[in-house]
Design a protein around this ligand. Structure first.
Ligand code: GDD
Ligand code: MG
Length: 358
């Protein structure tokens, strides 16, 4: 599949994930210890796609410093940095000069087990201008709703339909396989949305777009609750990413005392957990985390160098790198705590809080 290139859209500001995205762009947010984009890259490499263009804009250095020219991933990575966001289609027009043939496009925040080779086969068989990966959801209002006939030909693309108005339950899952001719339909020099402008115009202009509906694992990581749900699924093995569920990660071997662990958990290296603490289920601890005596951490993702003080409680929360939770403090469910934030001893953080120093 070497001749098929890939463009990954990673220019969004990740507003719904603030304050995490103040310090880390969305594609670099870790999934069980590894930047999400690195996991996407691995998936592409496995599928034989090695020529990748990253359409970035927000905090691009955090991305390019990690991936460089892609050689250490066995890939060739080109960067296109937008000074102002060009939108999901404008970003593609902006990289037109690099595109030599049919190409995949990936929303940079989707975790899925989609088989890319199978999608390429479908695209070649159908022979349209583009093939869109779709999945079915109960409520399409937060997504692009895509109507198609029995042969898969797409007849309408309605981005974020008002609740109750969507004509069907198939939604745009954020992976496209497009022919170069789709780029001709995108005006240059201004922001363009592929969902709101380009796809509807292609359909109206008679270009054939086809649906590739699958029931693969699929989640958009762009909201805190989804980020936690994705980790639950990864830890449970529902999304096949870790070797096998249980206690995974390089910190597992360092664990001298398993009394504190309620599986499944994922522990990175250098982590220290007091035997009287409770960690799990569904917990990810990044590198060099510390959990004190009697502390309880459940259904949460902690990035690197997070300290949870003695008798503190963390429930359904996301704690960015360097966060300190004071002795006896409690973090209410659904809270998101930004880089380096310090929660003082004994403080009760209400559910759903967003805490940061900004
Ligand atoms: N380069 C670049 N420039 N990338 C962008 C820009 C831009 O101006 N705007 C957004 N992106 C990237 C984001 O970083 C993300 O990876 C992707 O495009 C999609 O943007 P989101 O902001 O995450 O969109 P969404 O989740 O609300 O909706 C999109 O994804 C849904 C599936 O998850 C749409 O494509 C929907 O139709 C779709 O159902
Ligand atoms: Mg998204």
């Amino acid at each position: 599949m070497a001749q098929v290139q890939a463009v990954i859209l990673v220019g969004g500001e990740g507003t719904r994930l603030r304050p995490l995205t103040y310090g880390t762009p969305k594609p670099m947010i870790p999934i069980a210890g590894v930047p999400f984009l690195a996991r996407t890259m691995e998936r592409l490499h496995e599928a034989g796609i090695d020529d990748v263009i990253l359409a970035a804009g927000y905090m691009p250095l955090a991305i390019s410093e990690y991936f460089g020219d892609g050689a250490s991933f066995g890939m060739h990575v080109t960067y296109a940095i937008e000074e102002t966001p060009l939108g999901t289609a404008g970003a593609l027009k902006n990289v037109e000069e690099y595109i030599t043939g049919p190409f995949f496009v990936f929303n940079g925040d989707v975790l899925t087990s989609l088989d890319l080779r199978a999608m390429l086969d479908v695209h070649r068989k159908k022979g349209g201008a583009g093939t869109l990966h779709l999945i079915q959801v109960a409520d399409p209002s937060a997504f692009g709703c895509v109507a198609h006939d029995d042969d898969g030909r797409i007849s309408a693309f309605i981005e974020k339909p008002a609740p109750g108005t969507a004509p069907c339950n198939d939604i745009n899952a954020g992976t496209y396989l497009l022919e170069r001719e789709v780029l001709d339909a995108i005006p240059a020099g201004r922001p363009v949305s592929i969902e709101r402008e380009t796809f509807p115009q292609c359909i109206a202009g008679g270009k054939r777009l086809y649906a590739h509906v699958t029931n693969d694992y699929w989640i958009d990581l762009g909201r805190p609750e989804n980020y936690l749900a994705a980790h639950r699924d990864v830890l449970a093995g529902v999304m096949p990413l870790l070797v096998e569920p249980g206690i995974t990660g390089s910190g597992a071997a360092e664990l001298r005392d398993k009394r504190s662990i309620v599986e499944p958990v994922h522990l990175d290296a250098g982590t220290s957990i007091d035997p009287t603490a409770t960690v799990g289920p569904n917990v990810v601890l990044g590198r060099s985390c510390w959990v004190g005596a009697g502390a309880v951490v459940r259904d949460s993702v902690l990035w690197d160098d997070v300290r949870v003080g003695p008798h503190a409680a963390v429930d359904e929360a996301i704690l960015a790198s360097g966060v300190r939770i004071g002795t006896g403090a409690t973090i209410g469910a659904g809270s998101v705590v930004g880089h380096g934030y310090v929660v003082p001893d004994g403080v009760q953080v209400p559910p759903g809080s967003r805490l940061s120093d900004r």
